[in-house]
Design a protein around this ligand. Structure first.
Ligand SMILES: Cc1cc2nc3c(=O)[nH]c(=O)nc-3n(C[C@H](O)[C@H](O)[C@H](O)COP(=O)(O)OP(=O)(O)OC[C@H]3O[C@@H](n4cnc5c(N)ncnc54)[C@H](O)[C@@H]3O)c2cc1C
Length: 308
């Protein structure tokens, strides 16, 4: 399996539960993918996903187990039913990864289908790994790149459907403040302009030891236009746009560029499973975006493969 984001972790857990032998290959040092928490100095920020909602009974039941386990909690001070990780967003994927064979810092560069129907996975700086089936939960363009690099030619209908799944990038700026911010407790989504979202991680209960710690997400159009712009220039522009909500001098910043921030289009099915190829796809580009969509996609693929 490739990818230890929420879709991949839930998929791996279900399959292991059903008796399959599962190895999860994850290119990063940590798990969670876009459910990411980042430290700037001594301060923690939710850098990617900010909160999750549970609109389906299936996902609501899952969230309830996370709340019971103490890895998720209601966002303090918000009117809507919004959930956050506790003590921060990565708590949920970290707990889900426990007991799984997750191999971190294992970047899959090519996936080649063997004549016997199995798969050979080339991993950067490591020996090739053989697998009976290949389940891909990384963003679809990354999945297609590794299949292409392995010389795997997909059936035309599948290649066309997956080729349509593109993503918007997102520039994420993290700002440590000298004083309390003016960001409302529940965060704010400014209309128009370069910003899409601001939240204060102190008011959210994520950041401690500083008076203000604001996550600023740029809008998709701005992020696409400035994806390759120098960090100093993007930082200056985003801070200027965020000024009405910062309310205190900025003492430190960090910029992260999410290349595959959110799906621009989604596949109509909650997952893709091609048993004749031993190949499956899941993630937030299938069935519905966001954490809930990604989670449900991972569970759908587990059910299709024979997990539940
Ligand atoms: C800035 C931002 C804000 C967001 N805000 C929200 C929000 O408020 N609420 C919400 O519900 N959702 C939000 N989302 C969306 C949410 O984070 C995603 O929908 C969800 O986390 C996707 O999970 P996933 O498992 O599909 O993919 P990912 O989390 O992307 O997991 C894929 C994993 O695959 C790994 N990978 C990629 N390529 C390789 C490779 N070659 N080899 C090995 N591993 C590889 C990646 O490192 C990653 O860990 C936000 C996303 C971003 C970027």
């Amino acid at each position: 399996m490739v990818g230890a984001g929420i879709s991949g972790l839930l998929l791996a857990r279900e399959l292991r539960e059903a008796g399959h032998s599962v190895v999860v290959l994850e290119k990063s040092r940590g798990v969670g993918g876009r459910m990411a928490t980042k430290r700037v100095g001594e301060t923690s920020f939710d850098q990617g996903a900010q909160f999750f909602t549970a609109r389906t009974p299936e996902f609501a039941r899952l969230v309830e187990t996370w709340v019971q386990a103490g890895t998720a909690t209601a966002w303090p001070g918000t009117e809507h039913r919004r959930w956050i990780g506790s003590p921060a967003m990565t708590a949920v994927p970290k707990a889900l990864a426990e007991g799984l064979d997750v191999r971190r810092e294992a970047k899959v560069t090519a996936a080649r289908r063997r004549d016997d129907g199995g798969w050979d996975l080339a991993i950067e700086g490591q020996p090739t790994l053989a697998a009976g089936r290949l389940l891909l939960t990384c963003p679809v363009p990354q999945a297609l790149a590794m299949l292409g690099a392995g010389g795997t030619v997909l059936p035309a209908d599948l290649a066309a459907a997956l080729g349509r799944l593109t993503y918007h990038p997102c520039l994420a700026l993290l700002a440590v403040l000298k004083g309390p911010s003016a960001v409302p407790a529940e965060g704010v989504a400014p209309a128009g302009g370069p910003l899409r979202w601001l939240a204060d991680n102190v008011r959210k209960g994520i950041a401690r030891g500083v008076p203000g710690a604001v996550t600023v997400h740029a809008a998709p159009e701005y992020s696409a236009q400035h994806y390759a712009t120098a960090e100093a220039d993007v930082t200056a522009e985003l801070l200027a746009a965020a000024a009405p909500w910062l309310g205190a001098p900025v003492v430190a910043t960090a910029l992260h560029r999410w290349k595959f921030g959110e799906p621009a289009a989604t596949h109509p099915e909650p997952c893709v499973w091609r048993p004749e190829l031993g190949l499956g796809f899941a993630g937030d580009a299938f069935g519905g975006p966001k954490i809930e969509g990604a989670a449900r996609s991972g569970l759908a693929l587990a059910a299709a493969v024979g997990g539940v």
